[in-house]
Structure formats: C-alpha cells, structure tokens
Design a protein around this ligand. Structure first.
Ligand code: FES
Length: 237
C-alpha cells in the first residue's frame, strides 16, 4: 500500500493508493473538494486549476505523487474566517461568473497572479483588458445553451446594436477584444488617476498610436468598433 501525504488548504491529508491518480480526481472523489472542476481533462481549459506551492497548475494532468509533501490550495481555501477572498468578491460585484463552471479555475489563476504581483502595473491592466496573449480558439464553441443569449442580452449596446458582451465563439470568445468589465462597479470604483490613465491608453492603442506588437491581435476593424462602442456606451470614459 502506498500513502501520499500533502497539505490541502492548510490541512495535512493522507491518500492511500492514489499516487498514480490525477490530483483532480483525488481532490474531488477522495477529499470531497468539488469546487475544482473537470473540463477538458487535457490541461487545456483551466477549469481544474489549483495552486501548488503558490503556482497555478492544471490538476487534471498532475499526478498525485508529484505533489507529495506540497501545499495545495483549491477554491475552497480562498475564504478566510468567513470572508471571501477579495477576488471572489470582485467576481460577484462584477457579475463575472458567466456560467460558473470554470469560475474556480479563473479565480485560482487570478490569485496566483496577484500573489506573485500584488500591485499590477497600470500597463498590466491595459494589456489584460485588451486581451493581450489571448489564446485563439482552435475549434468553434458549439452548443445551444441559452447562456450565450442571456449573457449577450446584458449589453449595453451602441447605436449600431453592438456590445462588448457580444460573443464570437469561432476565433475567440468575445467578439470585441476589450473587457466588458469597463462597465463594472469595480472599474468605476478605481482611483480617478488610474481610470484616466486607462482611458488615455485605451484610446491611444485603439486609435493606432504606438506600435507595440503586443496589440497586433487588434485588427483595424476591432479598434474602430471598440472605439465606437465606447463612445456610445461610456461617453465620459
Ligand atoms: S480539465 Fe481542462 S485543463 Fe484540466
């Protein structure tokens, strides 16, 4: 019989005869930590992301014996003394759950970034909100879920009926690559100096100023459409 010992959310755990199994399976089936989800099972979607010694890792392709003696954190470990992690609260405030299935993976990836870089630079926010580094879809997202229609309905829309919540689902998830979180309370609650920096940089990038290859994923049509949407839906920004 083999025994694997590890720390999970600060508690010492022992797993018998599981060393060759995936960490995801052990978390869900043995330790009853079902907040971590099975999505693709191939290390691609991120739904199963947990932190191992502070680093975001796909638990579906991580073998239990590789985490022996290490500290594993799952979404259940984010809450502290009955209070949600600030990122969890921000997701709630911004209505950022979408269908909710992979929210725990997004949270754990976000926590890993924030713990590594607690005060992200202003330019990091610009890059994140303009989806720099977004992985293109390799196949269209298929299905007939009412979720997509419900998600897009939440607008706001410009005079041509376009919204930052419009989904693409063929080449990428969202049709216009600027995060709809510009409409969130969290965004509006940021210090004025930060908001004016972001406004200036978004307008610079979208109007084609600056030649950073980081923004090469934004086509001329993307930039024009986003500027027009912002003009109609967030005129003071
Ligand atoms: S389930 Fe998709 S990356 Fe693990």
């Amino acid at each position: 019989m083999s025994t694997t010992q590890l720390q999970v959310n600060g508690v010492a755990r022992r797993v018998e005869n599981g060393s060759a199994r995936s960490l995801l399976s052990v978390l869900r089936d043995d330790l009853d930590l079902t907040g971590t989800k099975y999505g693709c099972g191939e290390g691609r979607c991120g739904a199963c992301t947990v932190l191992i010694d502070g680093k975001a890792v796909r638990s579906c392709i991580t073998v239990l014996e590789d985490v022996a003696g290490k500290e594993v954190r799952t979404v259940e470990g984010l809450e502290h003394e009955g209070r949600l992690h600030a990122l969890q609260q921000a997701f709630i405030d911004a209505g950022a759950m979408q269908c909710g299935y992979c929210t725990s993976g997004m949270l754990m990836s976000g926590v890993a970034i924030l713990e590594k870089e607690p005060s992200p630079s202003r330019e990091n926010i610009v890059r994140a909100m303009l989806f720099v580094g977004e992985t293109p879809l390799t196949d269209p997202v298929a299905g007939t879920s009412a979720f997509a229609a419900e998600f897009m309905k939440q607008g706001p829309r410009d005079k041509q009926g376009r919204s930052l919540r419009d989904l693409d689902l063929k080449r990428r998830l969202l049709r216009y690559p600027l995060s709809y979180l510009v409409y969130s309370k969290s965004f509006d609650g940021m210090p004025d100096s930060l908001k004016s920096y972001l406004s200036r940089r978004f307008h610079e990038v979208l109007s084609g100023q600056g030649t950073s290859p980081d923004f090469a994923h934004l086509s001329e049509a993307d930039r024009k459409a986003i500027l027009e949407i912002l003009k109609d839906t967030k005129p003071d920004f």
